[in-house]
Design a protein. Structure first.
Length: 554
């Protein structure tokens, strides 16, 4: 078995990235880009444009992404060819927009191009492509179709993420590493903030298919990957009727197999992530080398495998669960060689769709949370008296305040980090902004609660600027192009919405366009980015208040 000299860090973590001056010297500000497929990517394209203009990208320490948000943040962070201003595009006032101009074809000179890429055909590719193991197929498809156009993926050559170019050179020079890493391409970010990609641990590969019970959050970064907090995951095999009958005939109770397994408490240098168990000692040591290094495609692929959680709960889908990304994990707090170290990963949105909690446990005291949802905020319900259902507000938000919402393939019951009493005032502020026709944003100070499952230390205050994707009447009123105004109106009819901007800005995560595609058209992506970039710049006062306001330091 080949080995790599690589580092492993055991809990409690001092967050290894803070040893890098380029990370440590930045302010403890986090930027959180939610999931939501290509809609989230296109919205983030515009939001990054505005955040650059406002100087936020030069100050923030972290950028997190989940699912579609990880596509945006991952490509933005690593893309080296095109200058930042061109890549994010110009800020355009509403009166300067036209349907024709927004319909111009996007190219790889723009982050928005990625939102027009259809990767949903990967299930068909699984039937014909035997060169890639099933559990890495999704990452390979994401790499070839979404990252390769930006020069960020090579299907024929192993790639590994590293935090900096110099770090990669030093890692390759460690004794014995050159023999393993000789053919590897080492890929480092081109720009800050430091990237944290959110995914989750669905359960042991041997138990697939699984019924999602209590999956654990896992962080994927350029320096290290793993489950930072020591937890006990609860994993349940989804046995079919025949399996349950057989169990009863053999004297069992016919119930699905349930396993409580220790997991987490250790993160592994990304170069060696997935290689296999090793003593959980915070030090550089000889670690089992992975069969293939984890690349940027693996990071954002694991985070965006939303279908994995659905496959685990939806019956009748054959052996498609084999396509869930799998990796070697072991507990760092209960060192007994576990019987099973191969675990399936799933979309970060199965647990927490914003990437906020993982930055709070890293000590950020200010955060901008960009909720690029498909759910319009309902303004005619009273959050003080009525339930915050998933039809009224994005389903992931109430869970942060102890009001989890249930939906297929998700479990948010462990996400409470703020007092429940703070939810209604936040919702009221967001509703007031929408009623006024403004960008739907609210700046709040929250009391952070202790959350052992996520490894969050409570007892301090944090400032959060909540940015909720929704209509802004003020923006629409300033549009001068009649064709553009008509397209938005036709796309939002209650009955039979039609036209090139159907459902704008709340495009469906999948199936918005012909053939069940997750891709957006050029005009859909460009119009959404124009709206979201305008929103942040329109409320520059809130952004400045967040950046410069007093907040408790971690």
């Amino acid at each position: 078995m080949s080995t790599l000299r690589a580092s492993l860090w055991a809990s409690p973590l001092d967050w290894p990235e803070l040893a890098l001056p380029e990370v440590r010297d930045r302010e403890p500000i986090g930027l959180c880009f939610s999931g939501g497929g290509s809609r989230a990517l296109a919205a983030a394209w515009g939001q990054l444009r505005a955040l650059r203009h406002l100087g936020v990208l030069d100050r923030a320490r972290y950028i997190s992404g989940v699912s579609g948000g990880s596509w945006a943040s991952g490509i933005y962070t690593f893309q080296r060819v095109t200058d930042e201003e061109t890549f994010l595009g110009p800020l355009l006032a509403p009166e300067d927009l036209s349907l024709d101009a927004l319909s111009e074809p996007l190219t790889t000179e723009s982050l928005g191009f990625a939102a027009t890429r259809n990767v949903w055909g990967f299930l068909a590719e699984a039937l014909v492509d035997h060169q890639v193991p099933p559990d890495r197929l999704w990452a390979d498809v994401i790499g070839r179709h979404m990252l390769a156009p930006y020069g960020l993926f090579n299907h024929d050559n192993p790639e590994a993420v590293v935090p900096t170019d110099a770090y990669g050179v030093a890692a390759r020079a460690r004794p014995g590493n050159e023999a393993v890493m000789a053919s590897w391409t080492l890929r480092a970010p081109a720009r800050a903030p430091y990237l944290v990609v959110g995914a989750c641990v669905l359960g042991p590969e041997s138990m697939l298919p699984l019924a999602v019970e209590r999956p654990a959050p896992i962080d994927l970064t350029p320096l290290y990957c793993g489950v930072p907090a020591p937890v006990t995951g609860v994993f349940q095999r989804r046995d079919g009727a025949l399996a349950r009958l057989k169990d009863r005939l053999q004297g069992g109770d016919g119930e699905p197999t349930l396993l409580a397994a220790p997991i987490g408490g250790v993160v592994v240098e990304s170069l060696a992530f997935g290689g296999g168990p090793a003593p959980a000692v915070t030090a550089e040591q000889a670690l089992p080398a992975p069969a293939a290094p984890w690349s940027l495609a693996d990071l954002v692929g694991a985070s965006s495998s939303a279908w994995a959680g659905v496959l685990e709960e939806a019956p009748g889908l054959g052996r498609l669960h084999r396509l869930a990304p799998c990796v070697s994990l072991w507990p760092g707090w209960s060192w007994e060689t576990p019987p099973d170290t191969r675990f399936a990963l799933g979309d970060g949105g199965i647990l927490e769709n914003y990437g906020l909690i993982t930055l709070l446990r890293r000590g950020v005291d200010r955060a901008i949370v960009l909720i690029n949802t498909s759910t319009p905020l309902e303004t005619d319900w009273d959050p003080q008296a009525d339930e915050p259902t998933g039809e009224r507000i994005d389903a992931y938000l109430p869970g942060l305040f102890g009001r989890p919402q249930r939906s297929l393939g998700t479990t948010t019951v462990d996400n409470m980090i703020f007092p429940t009493a703070e939810l209604a005032p936040l919702v009221t502020a967001l509703q007031a902004a929408k009623r006024a026709g403004e960008p739907v944003m609210a700046l709040r100070t929250h009391r952070l609660l202790h959350n052992a499952w996520w490894g969050v230390d409570g007892g301090r205050e944090v400032k959060v600027l909540w940015v909720y994707l929704d209509h802004a009447r003020q923006w629409e009123d300033q549009l001068q192009d009649a064709d553009l105004r008509d397209a938005i109106h036709a796309g939002n009819r209650r009955l039979l919405p039609t036209g090139p901007l159907k459902h704008f800005p709340h495009y469906k995560t999948s199936g918005e366009n012909v053939g069940g595609s997750i891709a957006l058209t050029d005009v859909q992506a460009s119009a959404l980015a124009a709206l979201t970039s305008w929103g942040l710049t329109q409320r520059e006062d809130l952004v400045r208040a967040l950046l410069d306001g007093e907040a408790a330091r971690a």
